[in-house]
Structure formats: C-alpha cells, structure tokens
Design a protein around this ligand. Structure first.
Ligand SMILES: Nc1ncnc2c1ncn2[C@@H]1O[C@H](COP(=O)(O)OP(=O)(O)O)[C@@H](O)[C@H]1O
Ligand SMILES: Cc1cn([C@H]2C[C@H](O)[C@@H](COP(=O)(O)OP(=O)(O)O)O2)c(=O)[nH]c1=O
Length: 212
C-alpha cells in the first residue's frame, strides 16, 4: 500500500500515541515509523517528557514534586517541545510521531488529585494532533505487561494504577476525536498497520482540497 506523500502537503502530520503505562506505546511508535518510512514518508519520532531542559527536569522531579507544580512543569515541557522540536519538523513536511502528548497530561496528573478542568485549561493551547491514538486493553493485561517491563516512577507503582489510568483515559478522551486501538490481543506490527491504514484514509480527503 502506498501512502500519499507528505510532501504534497503544506505541512507535515502530527500523530500522538497515548495510553496506559506498559500498554505498548513505545513499541508501537517504532513499528509505525518503520511502516511509514517503508511507504516513503519522512518520519520524526519524539516523546514526552521531551529530551529538552524542561522535560529532563519534569522526569527528574516526578518523584518529589506533585500536583499543580508538576502539571505545570509537564505542560511547560509540552509547549517548549512543540515550539522547538515538533513544529519545526512539521514545517519541514515530516510525519511527527509523539510517544505521549496532551492526553498523558490530562491523565497522569489525575493521580495527584487534580481537577480535569484545570488540566484541560493548562493544555488548551497545545497544537492539536492530526491523529490522536489511544491504546486501550483490559487493565489486567496492561498491568501484567507493566510488571514484566518494570515501573518507571511512582505513578506506575501505585496499586491498581493500570485500572485507574484506563478509567482516566476514558474520561479524558470521551469528548475528543480519537482513534481507539485495542492493544490487548494483537501484536504491535498489526496495530501499526491499523494506524497506517487510518492515515491512508486521512490522506484521501485533503488530497481533493489541496489539488483544487
Ligand atoms: N501489542 C503488544 N502485545 C504484547 N506485548 C506488547 C505489545 N506491545 C508492547 N508489548 C510489551 O509490553 C511491554 C511494555 O511495552 P512499552 O512499549 O514499553 O509500553 P509503554 O511505552 O506504553 O509503556 C514491553 O515488554 C513490550 O514488549
Ligand atoms: C507526558 C507526561 C508524562 N508523564 C509521566 C507519565 C510517565 O510515568 C512518565 C514517562 O515515563 P516513561 O517511562 O517515558 O513512560 P512509559 O512508562 O509509558 O514508557 O511521565 C506525566 O506525568 N505527565 C505528562 O504530561
């Protein structure tokens, strides 16, 4: 299958991949990138927290800073990430795939008891992805994957965290136009194909507009 080349577009395409810790985001991002590159696209992989100064700080401080301060730090990293990395790559016409983006900011800070409305407001100005993917599965399956892989921080160590994350993702994205992908029973290669196929459909509509 051939995708319509991104170079036909005035700007690139932002694809975000979110979902509970251990669901398979990082694994999927790499498979999706491989598929898009094989289809001739120019791909940039990135992640949040970013590798920039605010992202590094957010990662470092996640164990000791909580609540509003940590939410602001992650949001600050997101705006800086968009400005210094995501937007420049979009302007070069690339497909930018972000391993975590706004949905993670709407979900993870709920573990510290923050009001969803505050988190929405904090993230309201972030560039909207062209395709926002949310991985979903039975929380018990995700919990097992997380245990096998190992927790990276206090959020992932909280008892029942996979169930809480799945619930928070549902709440956070019920008003969003998102692509929900069941990652519980299919291998990452197959999930990447599902997203690639969705992108192919996505290109069909703009193709008419841009050639007009
Ligand atoms: N579709 C899948 N089916 C089964 N296991 C998977 C799948 N995707 C990822 N995994 C495994 O689950 C674990 C967590 O994957 P990872 O990509 O690190 O998740 P995340 O980035 O969402 O935290 C890893 O051991 C990985 O090999
Ligand atoms: C992007 C983002 C991440 N985080 C947290 C969630 C993760 O625990 C951590 C990133 O850890 P990481 O190990 O990269 O994620 P994963 O376990 O999914 O592979 O940062 C937030 O709390 N808020 C945010 O807005």
């Amino acid at each position: 299958m051939t995708l319509r080349p991104f170079s036909d577009h005035r700007r690139g395409l932002l694809i975000s991949i979110d979902g509970p810790s251990g669901a398979g985001k990082s694994t999927l991002v790499h498979h999706l990138a491989q598929l898009l590159v094989a289809a001739g696209e120019d791909v940039h992989i990135t992640a949040e927290p970013s590798t920039g100064p605010i992202g590094v700080l957010a990662r470092q401080l996640t164990e000791t800073v909580t609540g509003h301060a940590l939410a602001c730090l992650y949001a600050a990293d997101r705006y800086h990430h968009v400005e210094t990395e995501i937007r420049p790559h979009l302007e070069l016409g690339k497909a930018v795939i972000s391993d975590r983006y706004v949905p993670s900011g709407l979900v993870m800070q709920r573990f510290d008891g923050l009001d969803p409305a505050f988190l929405w407001a904090l993230n309201a100005e972030a560039t909207r992805p062209d395709l926002c993917v949310i991985l979903e599965a039975d929380p018990d399956i995700i919990a097992r994957r997380l245990v096998e892989r190992g927790a990276h921080n206090r959020f992932q160590l909280a008892p029942g965290s996979s169930h809480a994350e799945a619930h928070f993702y549902r709440q956070a994205t019920e008003r969003f136009d998102v692509l929900r992908v069941d990652c519980g029973t299919r291998p990452p290669e197959r999930l990447a194909e599902v997203i690639r196929d969705r992108l192919t459909a996505f290109f069909a509509a703009p193709a008419i507009e841009t050639s007009a």
